[in-house]
Write a protein that binds this ligand. Structure first.
Ligand code: MEV
Length: 304
C-alpha cells in the first residue's frame, strides 16, 4: 500500500526565539505544504531534493529519526515540498509531521494528532538541540495559533485565521536554526539581565496582539510585528539583507514586516491588504529577495 500525507509550513507573527525560553508565540500555518509518500518496502529508502539515501543522519536527519523513533518495518519515504529548506518557514517540521502522519496511517499505529505533534517535537529537539514545540504543533494542527510552551504538551489557543494577504520575502540565504538558537543562548547566558526583559516584551506581543488578530485589526498586528522585528535585530538574528526586505515591504505599503523563524538568513514575512500585496511582492523582488504571495491555512496534517 502507498500512503500520502501533507503538512503545512508556518510563519511567526510574534515570538520566535523567546518561545525557546518558555514565552508565548503566535504563528500561523500557510498554504505552502510538504508531501510525504510512504510505502512498505524490502529496503529503507529516503528520497528528497537532497538525493536518495537509507537511514542517514547527515543527509536526512529528520526523516531518519522519524523512521527509527516509530520502529516501523523497512519503508520507502518520498518527500516533495513547496517550502524552501532552511528558510524559517518550518520546512523540517512540515517534513517530519507529514512523514509521521503517513507512517502512522501506513502501519496503523493509531497515534492521535496530539501524539504526532509530541513525537514531532521530540524529533526536532533530538536533531536540533533546543527546539520549541511551535513549528511541529502548528504544522500538525493548522490554523493561527497562540502557543505557550512548557511541560510535555504545549498549551495552545486556536485564534481567528489571519485573513489578509501574506507576503514572504526569502533572502535565499540558508539559516541554521540550531546555530542561531545557540548564538542567542550565548547572549542569554552572558547577559541574562538584558536578555530576559527582551524576552518578556516579546511575550507581551501575544497579550496585546491576540485581541487585534481576533478583531481582524491587521494594521495593529503589523505595528507590533515591526516592534518585534526590532527586538529580533537587537538579539543578533537580523542581517542587512533581511532588513532590506523588511523595509522594502513596509515602504511598499505592508502593514508590518519582520523576520520569521530563526533569522540570520531565511525569510521575512509581511502582512498587507489586497491593494498593497502586488506592490509588496514587487518591492521584495526589486530588493533582491524571492517573493512568495501566500495566505494562512486552517489545514494541518492531512491525507492527500
Ligand atoms: C525557528 O523556526 C523558531 C525558533 O524560535 C526556534 C524554535 O522555536 O524552536 C528560533
Amino acid at each position: 500500500m502507498t500512503t500520502t500525507y501533507s503538512a503545512p509550513g508556518k510563519i511567526y507573527l510574534f515570538g520566535e526565539h523567546a518561545v525557546v525560553y518558555g514565552k508565548r508565540a503566535v504563528a500561523s500555518a500557510i498554504n505552502l505544504r510538504t508531501v510525504a509518500t510512504v510505502r512498505e518496502s524490502n529496503q529503507t529508502r529516503i528520497t528528497s531534493s537532497l538525493g536518495t539515501t537509507g537511514i542517514d543522519y547527515m543527509v536526512h536527519p529528520y526523516i531518519s529519526r522519524c523512521i527509527e523513533s516509530l520502529s516501523v518495518p523497512e519503508v520507502s519515504v518520498m518527500i516533495d515540498s513547496d517550502i524552501p529548506v532552511g528558510s524559517g518557514l518550518g520546512s523540517s517540521a512540515a517534513a517530519v509531521i507529514a512523514t509521521l502522519g503517513a507512517l502512522n496511517s501506513e502501519f496503523g499505529l493509531g497515534m492521535t494528532r496530539a501524539e504526532i505533534a509530541e513525537v514531532g517535537h521530540a524529533i526536532e529537539r533530538e536533531v536540533q538541540g533546543a527546539a520549541s514545540p511551535t513549528d511541529t504543533f502548528v504544522s500538525t494542527m493548522g490554523g493561527t495559533i497562540m502557543i505557550t510552551p512548557g511541560g510535555l504538551s504545549p498549551v495552545s489557543a486556536k485564534l481567528r485565521l489571519i485573513d489578509c494577504d501574506i507576503v514572504i520575502g526569502d533572502t535565499r540565504e540558508f539559516s541554521s536554526t540550531k546555530e542561531l538558537v545557540g548564538n542567542v543562548g550565548v547572549l542569554h547566558e552572558r547577559y541574562p539581565t538584558v536578555m530576559n526583559p527582551v524576552f518578556d516584551i516579546i511575550d507581551s506581543f501575544a497579550e496585546v496582539g491576540v485581541p487585534l488578530i481576533e478583531n481582524g485589526d491587521y494594521r495593529g498586528v503589523g505595528e507590533l510585528m515591526n516592534i518585534n522585528h526590532g527586538l529580533l535585530d537587537s538579539i543578533g538574528v537580523g542581517s542587512a539583507k533581511l532588513s532590506a526586505l523588511v523595509y522594502a515591504a513596509r515602504d511598499a505599503g505592508a502593514w508590518g514586516a519582520k523576520i520569521t523563524g530563526a533569522g540570520g538568513g531565511g525569510c521575512i514575512v509581511a502582512l498587507a491588504d489586497e491593494a498593497a500585496a502586488d506592490s509588496v511582492v514587487q518591492a521584495i523582488a526589486d530588493s533582491g529577495g524571492h517573493a512568495i504571495a501566500t495566505s494562512a491555512s486552517e489545514e494541518g496534517v492531512a491525507a492527500r
